[in-house]
Design a protein around this ligand. Structure first.
Ligand SMILES: C[S@@+](CC[C@H](N)C(=O)[O-])C[C@H]1O[C@@H](n2cnc3c(N)ncnc32)[C@H](O)[C@@H]1O
Length: 298
């Protein structure tokens, strides 16, 4: 992650040209499973005392509810409901959807290591009806109107062109189909002087999490609308995701030696520092977490 100024003069967290998101995830996936858990995403906490895996499951449950699987299943057999999981990680949410909702899931990620891990997970669980492919969410290569639900769980911030991602998601949705997306969001624009003053923090975040682009929930809603979708809901999950950082720091302490073996001492230290930096951004109202759902009109 690095910070620079956009053409409009507005500061933003921006990409640098040499960065390759696939290789970042190829490098970190095994360590992330120790630090973040099987589901490679934030948790939604209710009491704040929950285990991380309960809270990550709760975020997935929010996405399930927003996707409207129950009403889709009422209309036809779940086995005929097709879901595209864009940025599938190591396949845990896709396998969960297949097992609990009965829907068919195609998971895609740019990381070859992620595809291998996801396929191994499905094989170990002995489930069919879920498949994984190495494809780019910004140019997915599927035919128009192939899917009933497009599911993007915490992957959009890793894509350079979020507009291309949303356009692709809208294109492959059948009429009446739904996009559900959750991710890190920004709640305010960061003045350039502040970006410059915090350049070391942004460098640490980039080292730990890769090249990230935080957009506002309004941006996601506006881009979905421009892509021809009707926005149904936008949820602010910032407060509910805040305890995630404590759990990640605890995992970093518990699994220190294994994580250092996988991503080096520098990678471990950058991860722990990043938890502190992000938590401060969450608390001061700069960044946070949001969810959006939007339907393609019939
Ligand atoms: C934070 S992980 C989330 C994984 C998964 N959704 C989960 O919740 O367990 C982000 C995922 O997005 C994938 N990703 C990043 N850029 C991508 C792109 N352009 N197209 C598809 N997947 C991408 C990464 O490889 C990784 O699998």
């Amino acid at each position: 992650m690095s910070a620079s100024s956009t053409g409009s003069g507005e500061p933003a967290v921006e990409a640098t040209s040499e960065y390759d998101p696939a290789s970042h995830y190829d490098r970190v996936t095994a360590a992330w499973q120790l630090l973040l858990g099987d589901e490679l995403h934030y948790g939604v906490f209710d009491s704040g005392d929950e285990l991380l895996e309960v809270a990550t499951g709760a975020l997935t449950a929010r996405m399930v509810q927003a996707a409207g699987f129950a009403e889709l299943a009422a209309a036809r057999s779940p086995a005929r409901v097709r879901v595209l999981d864009v940025g599938c990680g190591s396949g845990a949410p896709a396998c969960e959807l297949r097992t609990t909702e009965g829907v068919e899931v195609v998971g895609i990620t740019t990381s070859g290591v992620g595809v291998d891990a996801a396929r191994a997970r499905a094989t170990a669980l002995g489930i069919d009806g879920v498949s994984f492919e190495q494809r780019d969410g910004m140019d997915n290569g599927f035919a128009d109107a192939e899917f009933d639900v497009v599911w993007a769980l915490e992957s959009s911030h890793l894509m350079r062109d979020r507009e291309a991602l949303i356009n692709e998601c809208a294109r492959v949705l059948r009429p009446g189909g739904r996009l559900v997306l959750c991710d890190l969001v920004k709640w305010r624009d960061i003045p350039f002087a502040e970006v410059r003053g915090r350049i070391a923090d942004f460098a640490t975040l980039r080292e730990a999490f890769g090249d990230a682009h935080f957009e506002s929930l309004d941006y996601y809603a506006g881009t979905a609308t421009a892509a021809g979708l009707t926005v149904e809901r936008t949820d602010d999950l910032t407060a509910a995701t805040l305890p995630t950082f404590d759990r990640w720091r605890a995992n970093a302490a518990t699994h220190r030696d294994e994580v250092v073996g996988l991503i080096g001492i520098g990678g471990h230290e950058a991860f722990v520092r990043s938890c502190d930096i992000l938590e401060a951004f969450w608390r001061d109202g700069t960044f946070g977490y949001g969810l959006i759902s939007a339907v393609r009109p019939s």
